[in-house]
Write a protein that binds this ligand. Structure first.
Ligand SMILES: Cc1cc2nc3c(=O)[nH]c(=O)nc-3n(C[C@H](O)[C@H](O)[C@H](O)COP(=O)(O)OP(=O)(O)OC[C@H]3O[C@@H](n4cnc5c(N)ncnc54)[C@H](O)[C@@H]3O)c2cc1C
Length: 498
């Protein structure tokens, strides 16, 4: 099977002035990856271009929940919730190794958030519209039952909890698996290659200009898709009256031994009654998310501010935790929210702004932004239908669906306290299109997030394990380590500018 490394190497050799594809897709987040896979499956000659690392944008900084969006049901977005809940079930069936069911305990406290009974009704609707298995139907937990399930915590007085199910994933692995399936179907792929402009002939987009090692290079395409998420308006304009409003969401990562949770606790925040989750992920416990306008430059990495950190930590006393445990790492993502451009600056509160995606087009070009990880397959179908309708693509030649599954290995030993098997690390070093060390440590594996600065103890072992797959000399390794730690610090420093 063609690996990501093979696909990138082969594609690079094809990038030259005038080279032509049926479809060029810009942006290798989950949206672009899903479109590339669907396009390759229809037999189109497809090229996916990414200016940074694969899954290096929002798709690696989400809350990692594959869910119908219970919150959106509460806000009356019935269609979005139903579509997403059904999509969750389909994804769970396709990739059970990446997307796993997660129990949620929605805790109720007196005078805060909707009462237990209205919420129970909402949860039953949620369950029924998703078509989930019977064992995942909602239940009620009394305060005593809840305390028994969370023996490590001295819970603040509560009214009990609604127990329901959703799913959790590794968002970056969701992108990578989708890309692996795309390249297995014949898609071409190149990362660290920025699209600097759209090429036009008259009104029609006819290709893109890329930055190829510092030199502009013109590529031609029958159709171009702009799937650049929160950066979609850098390459083209939104329909009149609309704008992209970047909303930042941050998460804190703790050692699971400090906050041992068997389920996601869903809590109404004491300050503003927003729903916040505290949940197990990749051997850690994650607390998030915040939701606020990102006023800083969106081309720089987004980071968790001190105010967001304090806001999230305010939840811990509900668990009886008065002294916050050490924070291992934190991540922040930018949500591309499409909202009306308003001259008076008045906007809906961030958490009530709609998460629905937007597809808009002009001759030769389809743009898509917003949406969710969970609904990427449906978004890809919609984008391709728009592209096909323009009539520039050749007749589709559908190929059979190829579902890739987890690699197994007899040696399942993991690296230190992480759940990352050593063989996974080596596999990604060899086959994961690694351009720099942070690709391997932050996105192919999640060692950077789950070990934080504790990863220093494993530097020598990581280098020894990966040296054959990444044949860098000692001075290159040293430079890579330095660059890795600089990047890690960038993600974790607090911004001064909100
Ligand atoms: C805090 C937070 C929590 C979330 N939680 C969830 C959740 O739990 N469940 C869920 O379903 N959804 C969730 N979402 C939403 C979901 O993460 C996003 O909708 C999704 O990841 C967007 O994917 P994307 O591919 O459109 O954008 P991105 O992942 O940002 O991908 C766009 C890519 O385009 C690239 N790019 C930009 N400009 C160029 C250029 N000129 N040339 C080449 N490449 C370019 C970027 O580098 C980037 O990699 C969350 C979002 C946030 C912010």
């Amino acid at each position: 099977m063609r690996s990501l490394t093979d696909a990138v190497c082969q594609t690079r050799t094809q990038l030259s002035d005038g080279a032509r594809w049926d479809l060029i897709i810009i942006g290798a987040g989950i949206t672009g990856a899903g479109i590339a896979r669907a396009a390759a499956q229809r037999g189109y000659r497809t090229l996916l271009l990414e200016r940074g690392d694969l899954a290096g944008g929002t798709s690696n900084f989400s809350s990692k929940m594959v869910h119908g969006g219970l919150r959106y049901l509460g806000q009356g977005h019935f269609r979005l919730t139903r579509q997403a809940a059904r999509a969750r079930e389909r994804l769970r069936q396709r990739w059970p190794d990446i997307i796993t069911p997660l129990p949620y305990y929605l805790m109720h406290h007196k005078g805060r958030g909707p009462g237990p009974w209205p919420m129970r009704l909402v949860l039953w609707i949620y369950y029924l519209i998703s078509g989930a298995a019977r064992c995942h139907r909602p239940r009620w937990l009394t305060p005593e039952q809840l305390a028994t399930r969370l023996p490590a915590f001295n819970l603040a007085p509560n009214l009990g909890a609604n127990h329901y199910f959703d799913a959790v994933c590794d968002d970056s692995h969701l992108v990578l698996r989708t890309l692996e399936e795309a390249v297995a179907q014949g898609a071409d792929l190149c990362h660290y290659t920025e699209v600097t402009a759209l090429r036009r002939k008259g009104d029609r987009v006819t290709g893109v200009t890329i930055d190829l090692n510092g030199t502009p290079c013109q590529l031609a395409a029958s159709m171009v898709v702009n799937a650049t998420g929160v950066w979609a308006d850098d390459l083209t304009e939104l329909p009149e009256g609309l704008t992209i409003r970047p909303l930042r969401g941050s998460h804190l990562v703790f050692d699971q031994r400090d906050l041992p949770l068997p389920a996601s606790l869903t809590v109404f925040h004491p300050r503003d009654k927003r729903v916040v989750f505290c949940y197990p992920w990749a051997g850690t416990t994650v607390l998030g998310t915040t939701d606020l306008d990102h006023l800083a430059d969106k081309s720089a990495p987004a980071r968790c501010s001190a105010e967001e950190r304090d806001y999230l930590l305010e939840l811990l006393p509900l668990l009886g935790v008065t002294q916050p445990p050490p924070i291992i790492s934190s991540w922040s993502g930018l949500r591309p929210i499409v909202s009306p451009a308003r001259s008076d600056g008045k906007q809906a509160a961030p958490s009530s702004a709609s998460r629905e995606h937007l597809v808009w087009e002009s001759p030769g070009l389809v743009n898509v932004t917003g949406g969710k990880l969970t609904t990427f397959v449906e978004m890809a179908e919609e984008v391709l239908a728009c592209a096909e309708e323009q009539g520039h693509l050749p007749e589709p030649q559908p190929q059979p669906d190829r579902i890739l599954t987890r690699r197994t290995c007899l040696d399942g030993s993991t690296l230190g306290d992480s759940l990352v098997p050593r063989h996974e690390l080596v596999h990604w070093a060899r086959h994961g299109a690694i351009h720099q060390l942070s690709d391997l440590l932050l996105r192919r594996t999640r060692l950077g997030w789950v070990l934080g600065t504790g990863l220093r103890s494993y530097q020598a072992e990581i280098q020894r394990l990966c040296q054959t797959a990444l044949p860098w000399d000692e001075s290159r390794w040293q430079r890579e380590w330095q660059a890795y730690w600089q990047q890690f610090i960038q993600y974790h420093q607090e911004p001064n500018d909100g």
